[in-house]
Design a protein around this ligand. Sequence first.
Ligand code: HEM
Ligand SMILES: CC(C)=CCC/C(C)=C/CC/C(C)=C/COP(=O)(O)OP(=O)(O)O
Length: 306
Amino acid sequence: MAEFVDAVEARVSATWRDYYELTKPKVVALLVFTAIVGMVLAAPPAQVPWNALIFGSIGIALASAAAAAINQMVDRQVDARMARTSGRPLPQGVIDTPHAVVFAGGIGLLGLGMLWWLVNPLTAWLTFLSLIGYAFIYTLYLKRATPQNIVIGGAAGAAPPVLGWTAVTNSIDPHALLLFLIIFVWTPPHFWALAIHRREEYAEVNIPMLPVTHGVVFTQVQILLYTVLLVAVSLLPFALQMAGMMYLVGVMALNAGFLYYAIKLRWSADASIPMKAFGYSITYLMGVFGLLLLDHYLPLVQLLWS
Ligand code: HEM
Ligand SMILES: CC(C)=CCC/C(C)=C/CC/C(C)=C/COP(=O)(O)OP(=O)(O)O
């Protein structure tokens, strides 16, 4: 009997883990973090309305998770043929398509409903557009159509700070668009570093990623150019007095790291650099948004200290 219970429990927990994996949890975690920074920057320190913070974060997380699950449904055949993605629950047959549809539809509607009724309809609409942008326009069309797929598709992934800001103010603020721009310009170096490493897999499944269509050297040059642009864009929050000295010093250090990897990627023959640059891109984005958050709270800390 105990063995039977163990077996049932093992199956139940494995199933939940599979659904969890279907949501690309680490990507969603970073997306939600950028949304929370958008919320925090939209209000004076410690004055973010609770409904925006709680239901906004959960709603954006659920909608992003639904988008990630739809992406994996659409991609299940190509995912099955690439080493990096073949272990996912759909290609493995652990979750079948009808269950994935119900799951994605359920969490998507729950997330959008939460935003509509408990936050505001503008945030719900913009989140819905981001979901459509990533799950359908990027995955179904752009990904298979053009090597600029991730530049255009990156707009959906860059949306969360705007969604967070709108959750608080119920309007689209130019400052929020600056946060959007940072992620938008960050996305090509983030993804193309990985695409260089995985170019043979993409070529095999006929996905026209930049290193497949234009070669590795061209992609390395593009990564370098986007990184230089990113350095410039990342300084704008300081230039426009959205953030202070603490942000400036921190972001300069993060930028030095990204430039180091982009230059090394272009001129070093070391095969481990592309994945190191990819890993660093994630640290970089967490760092930039973490700095914006800390910088915004600095006056409050100083006030409490004095
Ligand atoms: C069109 C835009 C984007 C593309 C094409 C893209 C592509 C990818 C790919 C292919 C991976 C590797 C996944 C894996 O092998 O497990 C990845 C990982 C990751 N991406 Fe992106 N990404 C994009 C935008 C974003 C955005 C906007 C964020 C967050 C703000 C983000 C955060 C992450 C994180 C945290 C990981 C690591 C996941 C892990 O370690 O499991 N990405 N991305
Ligand atoms: C509502 C809202 C804010 C939606 C957010 C959209 C979202 C989840 C963006 C993540 C971007 C991402 C992981 C792209 C990789 O897809 P891929 O298919 O190229 O990569 P894969 O081969 O690893 O699946």
